[in-house]
Design a protein around this ligand. Structure first.
Ligand SMILES: [Zn+2]
Length: 142
């Protein structure tokens, strides 16, 4: 199934869960839609890869910035942090492609995503993250 189909199925599952949990918010919708396509991050051209790669670059740059801000001025530290982060993400990490439908298509990965969702958005975020990720795993087996 393509990313749109996964998002439709994950969105329906997430919407039903939100109605049962009686909590609806844009962050919950966002984590629901992300979870429904995230397992396909092991495909280079997938929507999940296209969404996660820029976020990963910004996240690593955010972590590097405090180190470089002590060495350079603020603007130079931002540029150096982004350049090193982009190099690490695009030249080292993402070229190490995972086997399609390997670890990212496992219940362990679903549990990790659920924990992240729970830490970011509370227990309902964890539940929605788990259900949307699980919807992808189930649909891929049909
Ligand atoms: Zn998949």
């Amino acid at each position: 199934m393509n990313h749109f189909g996964h998002m439709v199925v994950g969105g329906i599952v997430g919407l039903v869960a939100m109605l049962i949990l009686k909590e609806f918010s844009l962050p919950l919708v966002a984590i629901c839609l992300l979870g429904s396509i995230l397992p396909d991050i092991d495909l280079k051209q997938s929507k999940a890869s296209q969404i996660v790669q820029p976020i990963a670059v910004l996240g690593v740059a955010f972590l590097l910035y405090p180190f470089f801000s002590t060495k350079f001025g603020a603007l130079a530290a931002v540029v150096v942090s982004l350049a090193i982060s982009a190099a690490v993400i695009f030249l080292v990490l993402f070229p190490l492609r995972l086997k399609h439908r390997g670890i990212t298509h496992s219940w362990k990965a679903a549990a990790v995503f659920s924990i992240i969702g729970g830490l970011l958005l509370g227990i309902n975020g964890g539940i929605i993250a788990l259900l949307s990720y699980a919807s992808h795993l189930v649909v891929d087996r049909i």
